[in-house]
Write a protein that binds this ligand. Structure first.
Ligand SMILES: [Zn+2]
Length: 386
């Protein structure tokens, strides 16, 4: 149960202003020509410019790639690879949220190894060494900076393809909390909720082990104590840094033990109706906590997370109590906590639930949930928060 094979491949540098080291660190990795992947929102917020300034001050030749969408697809990757083929970078920087970092990783797979994005769906499919990459997260949520996986949507099937290989792991991740203070409150809410679900899901997966549990619990301690603080005061730099570190630790936990049923239930809501990932996974998390908590071993793990919150209840009630805590924080964050509050493109939930249940049960991430839920049970989980 606790056995593992785990190598952390990324150097992490954390602190206010560390983005200014980007140029010197890129040079350390022998970079001369740097392709910087940042989505348009990151450019508009002036964060891309900060990275660019540091790289140019170090005398490096730089090109920005901004032609990508939220939840990047294989089409975004194809456009990026075309740009890379013309520019011929020797180093990649993913500067932004999960979409920018995952897009940079996706470009790296196809540019370095050839073929198309679908060829790398799964684990360990890279066919050659890849360009060194530096991640500079501007949100505290996805944890992409500490994972060797890129989540890329298939533009035809809308399936989220998790493409991972040890060679895709970032060489360096710069955790600069100053980059996260300017994000809109809704982004703070959505990404923070996502990071919390990463800590909760990784803690109990079938693949959980001594390393993942240590990362999950540390992530939970940072995130659960800081989330309401950053919602209340966006300029609380200490709380911002704790959220960033928590999200990064949760990313390491994902690398070590994967995710579970809340992500399996959330993905169809995002793929079919464009519901933001943090919103979708946040609605489904309490349902999964209650359901998983019926298992004694899982309830004990949930109980340890409640102890971290200073909440003491019998193990039997741990899943429900944790679900209540989570729902309360969805409300504090100003996010919907029922499916009925979502816009499902005009369709009614009751006409969709059977299809959603089947799609959730078919998600790869569902296979890591500690308890196995078939399509009918997934449908019931949707119903319980409808
Ligand atoms: Zn997530």
């Amino acid at each position: 149960m606790l056995s593992f094979d785990f190598l952390q491949r990324t150097r992490f540098i954390s602190g206010p202003g560390v983005v200014d080291q980007l140029g010197a660190l890129a040079k350390e990795l022998l970079g001369n020509r740097v392709l910087i992947v940042s989505d348009p929102g990151v450019v508009a917020a002036g964060l891309y410019q900060k990275g660019l300034d540091s790289l140019q001050a170090a005398g490096l030749s730089c090109l920005g790639f901004h032609d990508l969408h939220e939840n990047p697809s294989d089409q975004d990757i194809d456009v990026g690879v075309k740009v890379a083929k013309d520019f011929r970078p020797d180093l990649l920087v993913g500067l932004g949220g999960g979409s920018s970092m995952d897009c940079a990783k996706g470009i790296n797979f196809v540019y370095s190894c050839g073929g198309r994005m679908q060829d790398y769906w799964g684990k360990g499919k890279a066919t050659s060494d890849m360009l060194p990459m530096i991640a500079v997260p501007t949100t505290a949520g996805t944890g992409s900076e500490s994972q060797s996986y890129a989540l890329i949507s298939d533009s035809k099937t809308h399936m989220k393809m998790a493409c991972g290989d040890p060679r895709a792991a970032c060489r360096i991740a710069l955790l600069d909390p100053e980059l996260t203070v300017t994000q809109p409150p809704r982004v703070t809410a959505l990404t923070g909720v996502d990071a919390l679900t990463h800590a909760l899901e990784t803690m109990v997966t079938k693949d959980r082990n001594a390393i993942s549990i240590a990362y999950s619990r540390a992530a939970w301690q940072y995130l659960s104590h800081s989330f309401s603080k950053v919602l209340e005061d966006p300029f609380d730099l200490d709380a911002r840094s704790r959220m960033q570190i928590g999200a990064c630790l949760a990313g390491m936990a994902i690398e070590a033990s994967m995710l579970g049923a809340a992500h399996a239930l959330a993905n169809p809501l995002t793929a079919n109706f464009g519901i933001a990932h943090g919103q979708a996974v946040g609605i489904m998390m309490p349902a999964v906590l209650r359901a998983n908590g019926r298992d004694t071993a899982i309830a004990e793990l949930y109980h340890s997370l409640l102890v971290d919150l200073g909440i003491h209840v019998p193990c039997d009630n741990a899943g429900d109590t944790l679900a209540d805590w989570f729902s309360t924080h969805m409300k504090i964050a100003g996010l919907a906590d029922r499916i009925s509050s979502l816009d499902l493109n005009g369709a009614s939930f009751s006409s969709l639930k059977s299809t959603l249940g089947q799609e959730a049960a078919a998600q790869w991430t569902a296979s890591f949930n500690p308890l196995t839920y078939d399509a009918a049970e997934m449908e019931r989980l949707y119903e319980s928060v409808s």
